[in-house]
Design a protein around this ligand. Structure first.
Ligand code: NAD
Ligand code: MG
Length: 398
């Protein structure tokens, strides 16, 4: 059976890898004389009109959207007549892209992915979630829309995809069997600056921060990996997805990125998921859940893999990790504030406005000023996000 897929953030690292899976699987199916494995029914992105148009032509997608309305003419001009009428811009056009999908891959970067997360779940669809920021910022809101019949989140973030698999092996998604989980162990690569002292971290450059040792990703998450904010955000993400509480989530550094995360059960048994670092495994896992994808992405060649190392994170040199635990424990609007302040600070760092150490300082300062709300609705989250952006921008400017 052909699965109808919408890919939001189609021009990014996650989006292009999702399309790569579709291309490969459909070519294999065609070679066998079978129906296509997937049909791409919607494509959405920020502003790269020419790239989206080329994707729409290749995959014959009639519903396309850009967040940036100034690029709509360029998108329409680049599309053949038959596809041009289905092109739109802005939030409602992005939401139109998911209407015909069975599965939505949310590969938008940052808080901008929130609408897609909410609309997909509200429509009772499966959400392959790479956009962790939406879940982190709007946890209380997402928790409610996740209850929609048919709605389901299958995590694409590699650590959470691993946790999902380790929990699935014990049928521990909810209820009693979740009590059998002692700890979720979220794996971190440690990023490009693992092992550096606080003093050495003063010298960090944008180029250095963008040079991730094991994963090739978009710039924002790559900088987040260098500060360990990405791991902090992932701790909050793990708590949102699996609801175990922050005392039952640990972070362990594993520089090879072969073990992707682990679940320790009450009897002392630890289950782990291993594969070579390849996000396509996780994207394909979400596309095909609860089956297994037929093609192996990231299979391990045991003749070349000789060691797996583990260490605890340096929480002093990388304070973003504990800032995230703190915001997560505060709950309510605090994670939205953490995530928004971080987005602003990372953007300023990437533009050479602040130094790498200032990212944590900016987030800490904004979080300290925030007067949180415990059970926010969507408006309160949007307000907290805007408040944090304004205060972070002010901090960054001075
Ligand atoms: P990226 O920068 O490569 O791509 C971002 C995509 O989002 C682009 O297609 C861009 O056009 C789109 N976009 C930007 N603003 C938008 C807006 N306002 N509306 C609609 N689309 C918009 O980023 P990425 O590395 O692919 O990361 C995407 C998400 O996946 C992030 O949340 C990231 O944390 C998460 N993630 C990525 C990886 C990875 O390997 N790249 C791994 C785990 C999680
Ligand atoms: Mg991750």
């Amino acid at each position: 059976m052909t699965v109808d897929v919408a890919i939001l953030g189609s021009t990014g690292s996650i989006g292009t890898q999702a399309l790569d899976i579709v291309r490969h699987a459909n070519n294999q199916a065609a070679a066998r004389g079978d129906d296509p494995a997937y049909r791409v029914v919607g494509l959405g992105a920020g502003s790269a009109a020419a790239v989206v148009a080329a994707q729409a032509v290749e995959f014959e997608v009639s519903s396309t959207a850009l967040a940036d309305p100034t690029q709509l003419d360029a998108l329409r001009d680049a599309l053949p007549v038959a596809l041009a009428s289905g092109a739109g811009a802005g939030a409602s056009a992005l939401n139109d892209c998911i209407v015909d999908a069975d599965v939505v891959i949310n590969g938008i970067v940052g808080f901008a992915g929130l609408d897609t997360t909410i609309e997909t779940l509200k429509a009772g669809k499966r959400l392959g979630l790479a956009n962790k920021e939406s879940l982190i910022a709007a946890g209380p809101v997402v928790r409610r829309v996740r209850q929609t019949p048919g709605a389901e989140i299958v995590p694409v973030d590699s650590e959470h995809c691993a946790l999902h698999q380790c929990l699935r092996a014990n049928e521990s998604f909810d209820g009693d069997r979740m009590d059998q989980v002692r700890k979720l162990i979220v794996i971190a690569s440690g990023g490009p600056f693992r092992g550096r002292s606080s003093a050495q971290l003063r010298e960090v450059t944008v180029e250095g921060a963008l040079n991730h040792p094991t994963w090739s990703m978009g710039p924002k998450i790559t900088v987040d990996s260098s500060t360990l904010m990405n791991k902090g955000l992932e701790v909050i993400e793990a708590n949102e997805l699996f609801g175990v509480g922050f005392d039952r989530i640990d972070v362990v550094v594993h520089p090879q990125s072969v073990v992707h995360s682990m679940v320790e059960y009450t009897d002392g048994a630890t289950l782990a998921q291993l594969s070579m670092p390849d996000m396509r495994l996780c994207i394909a896992y979400a596309l095909d859940f609860d089956d297994r994808h037929e093609h192996a992405y990231g299979g391990i060649d045991w003749s070349t893999l000789s060691r797996l190392d583990f260490e605890l994170p340096d929480r002093e040199a990388f304070p973003c990790l504990d800032l995230a635990y703190h915001a997560g424990r505060l709950g309510g609007t605090a994670p939205a504030v953490l995530s928004a302040a971080n987005e602003v600070a990372v953007d300023a760092f990437l533009h050479g406005v602040i130094g790498w150490l200032d990212i944590a300082r900016a987030v800490e300062a904004v979080l300290a000023k925030h007067n949180g709300e415990r059970d926010p609705d969507l408006d309160a989250i949007l307000a907290a996000d805007a408040w944090a952006r304004a205060h972070a921008s002010e901090y960054v400017a001075t």
